[in-house]
Design a protein around this ligand. Structure first.
Ligand code: ATP
Length: 323
């Protein structure tokens, strides 16, 4: 019966999810009528995000469900991803609150992130991140990602657009929803023939780039290592204030990344240790990329650069400003 499956689910293992899932999922089911939707915050590839209310402020991602024939596959994928999502509880990950799972109303309800995404800070507002600030942000991303990986969850779409900064605290969003994204995305016309939305390519590891085929992004060989590669790109954006391979056409990027050519760091003003982290994350061979716990300890060991001191600026003051 349902009660038994629910209690079993307390120690559920991934291998068991298909049978128990449908029952224990009830706990996370939010009746669509209970949600209040306010204004649109933004539209992504596969859904529209609303500011909403459900026992307080929430973000509601309403999925576009395209054709009826897609429903079954989409619903199954969606349920699987929701099942993954609900297993996450970490400071640096957006709080999953529940989902509406009755087609055509498929929605994911999370806490509403305050602040702005790293993308907005870096690319729109052109905010400069000092090396110290970048390290702190990167550490928090590594914490959140390390947690996801330890639970066997791949992000698959780590990028500055999916990382919020709330009063200095990193909150990662959009993990584990990639298949649904892609399933819907393959039906719409944005992006080019390979299904590459602008700004996506530079996060893709060589093994992903080499596997790109028209409308086949659902089957890309994502791994913990491809998440680490994407982290490298985030690290680059933090330090340089722009995307790697900036201004180059997709074909040129694909050709270079596929062959193991990395963007030039010649103009990057950063210490050797900082560049080394980047090069390791961007290793052509996936096995050579560090994992997140390793990255975290490397980041923690980086020497904190002290602020330049001018004679008019006493030492003790510049020290305290450096935080
Ligand atoms: P893509 O679909 O290519 O990943 P995207 O990341 O811009 O693009 P969405 O993830 O659908 O698209 O997000 C749409 C908008 O909603 C973005 O501006 C995003 O910052 C915002 N958003 C998403 N989740 C939240 C949240 N929990 N709190 C506040 N804003 C959010």
């Amino acid at each position: 019966g349902g009660a038994r499956a629910d209690s079993l689910d307390l120690n559920s293992h991934d291998s068991r999810w298909p049978r128990q899932n449908s029952l224990s999922m009830k706990e996370w089911d939010i009746p669509y009528d209970e949600l209040k939707l306010f204004e649109v915050i933004g539209a992504g590839r596969f859904g529209t995000v609303y500011r909403g209310s459900w026992h307080g402020a929430v973000a509601v991602k309403l999925l576009h469900v395209h054709s009826l024939s897609d429903h079954c596959a989409q619903l199954d994928t969606f349920k699987h991803e929701v099942a993954t999502f609900r297993k996450t509880r970490h400071e640096n990950l957006v709080l999953f609150m529940g989902a509406c799972m009755k087609p055509p109303r498929l929605a994911i309800v999370t806490s509403l992130c305050k602040g702005m995404t790293l993308y907005t800070h870096i690319h729109l507002r052109k905010d400069k991140f000092t090396a110290n600030k970048s390290v702190i942000v990167a550490q928090q991303i590594s914490q959140g990602m390390g947690y996801l990986h330890a639970r066997g969850i791949l992000h698959k779409d780590l990028k500055t657009k999916n990382i919020f900064l709330e009063n200095g605290k990193v909150v990662i969003t959009d993990f584990g929803l990639f298949s649904v994204t892609k399933l819907c995305f393959s039906n719409n016309a944005r992006g080019d023939s390979l299904g590459i939305p602008p700004g996506w390519l530079c996060y893709l590891a060589p093994e992903l780039v080499r596997a790109l085929r028209p409308h086949a992004s659902l089957h890309l060989p994502f791994s913990k290592c491809t998440d680490v590669y994407a982290f490298g790109t985030v690290w680059y954006e933090l330090l340089c204030g722009e995307y790697p391979f900036k201004g180059q056409p997709p074909e040129a990027i694909i050709w270079q990344v596929g062959k193991g050519v990395k963007p030039s760091l010649a103009n990057m003003q950063a210490s050797r240790d900082i560049k080394d982290i980047l090069m390791l994350c961007w290793s052509y061979r996936s096995a050579e990329r560090p994992d997140f716990p390793h990255l975290l300890s490397t980041l923690e060991k980086l020497p904190r650069k002290r602020l330049a001191r001018s004679p008019s600026h006493p030492v003790h003051l510049s020290r305290s400003a450096d935080s």
